[in-house]
Design a protein around this ligand. Structure first.
Ligand SMILES: [Zn+2]
Length: 356
């Protein structure tokens, strides 16, 4: 498996062409090991699905081979003790290699399987995941429980916040800068809004994993002269909400506040993405936690991520979806590496869950 992982790291998959090349490599590797699979394409992006086993329950192993940009040297894998350095080593070619190796192992004796196992390898997670994982789900290729093999130090991330991105246009009234009382300053209105929104009911939500939603004032554009009271101001927010919250309700509260400040203020939604709401009590989570504790000889932590991964596409269909994968450090950074031993443990855990 380490050779497979090194080969994957050497493919410079920080571009669409590179990610497709890495996907082709995975496809050839599966073929070499007599594993039947389908390669699909959407908007020029490749992805693959392999399927094995039968039964009422389907577990999906999802991994992405695209990586964020890195230096040339990062695409030359370097093994130092248990640490394998390279772009994508942790995020998440180790996860992908482990899933492929686990799939190879269960293919040797499919009669031992307790579930139907699908392997999904995709190429656009780092740019949103819409065109490959999103596409697979759209095509009905989903299941009951999904593991996205992102680097989580073999801890179980069972939830992630949802996202509402929106723009608000504040309308004031222009006036000469020497007589501001004759105008309505749109920047000050946006400022007022920003203060008041922190008190809205939606900001009080929490659960066992999250203290509150988060609000990022991401963009602001307004004003162009010293001697003019600005009559418009556009601000953009990235709001991450707690699983269980209704994004429509958040939008409603914000709209009401904006229009209470000026009837012409308007709010436009840029995008909404659902939260991942897998429950701790899920049978799959419980079994996986038990197996992981056994393999690692220590109880895994169950937690919630702040950011989102491809889990969100599967979660939309009601599937349990978690991020769970090997241990490493500095992903997206210059010294990214993965602990090879944790990738090997990950293989063991996957195989055991498939056969339990
Ligand atoms: Zn990732």
């Amino acid at each position: 498996m380490i050779e497979l992982l090194k080969d994957l790291i050497s493919i410079k998959s920080d571009t669409l062409a590179g990610a497709n090349e890495a996907l082709q490599y995975c496809s050839e590797w599966l073929t070499k090991h007599s594993i039947t699979h389908e390669v699909l394409e959407n908007k020029g992006k490749l992805m693959l699905e392999a399927r094995i086993g039968s039964g009422d329950s389907t577990i999906i192993w999802n991994g992405h081979v695209d990586v964020v940009p890195g230096n040339e040297e990062q695409f030359i894998p370097r093994l130092e003790g248990d640490k394998l350095y390279g772009r994508g080593a942790a995020d998440m070619k180790a996860g992908v290699a482990a899933m492929m190796e686990a799939f190879r192992r269960i293919s040797e004796d499919p009669t031992s399987l307790s579930h139907c196992i699908l392997l999904h390898i995709v190429t656009d997670e780092e740019t949103g995941g819409m065109d490959t994982s999103g596409y697979l789900v759209e095509q009905g290729r989903t299941g009951d429980f999904v593991i996205c093999g992102e680097p989580t130090h073999l801890e179980l991330s069972i939830q992630s916040k949802g996202m509402v991105d929106l723009d608000i246009n504040f309308h004031g009234k222009a006036a000469h800068g020497s007589r501001p009382w004759q105008g309505v300053n749109a920047i000050e209105m946006a400022y007022d809004f920003h203060e008041k929104m922190q008190q809205l009911p939606f900001t009080k939500a929490n659960n066992e994993f999250y203290e509150s939603p988060s609000i990022n004032l991401a963009k602001i554009s307004a004003g162009n002269r010293y001697n003019v009271v600005p009559d418009c101001c556009e601000v953009s927010y990235d709001i991450r909400f707690v699983p269980g919250q209704d994004p429509e309700e958040i939008v409603k509260e914000l709209t009401e506040l904006a229009t209470s400040l000026h009837s012409k203020n308007e709010l436009e939604i840029y995008g909404i993405s659902p939260a991942v709401t897998t429950e701790r009590s899920s049978e799959y989570v419980q079994t996986l936690a038990k197996i992981t504790a056994d393999v690692r000889e220590t109880e895994p932590t169950i937690f919630g991520q702040h950011g989102a991964a491809d889990t969100r596409y599967y979660a939309e269909t009601g599937a349990g979806a978690i991020e769970f994968g090997p241990s490493g450090e500095d992903w997206h950074g210059p010294e990214e590496f993965v602990y090879v031993s944790s990738a090997l443990q990950f293989v063991e855990i996957l195989v055991r869950q498939a056969t339990t």
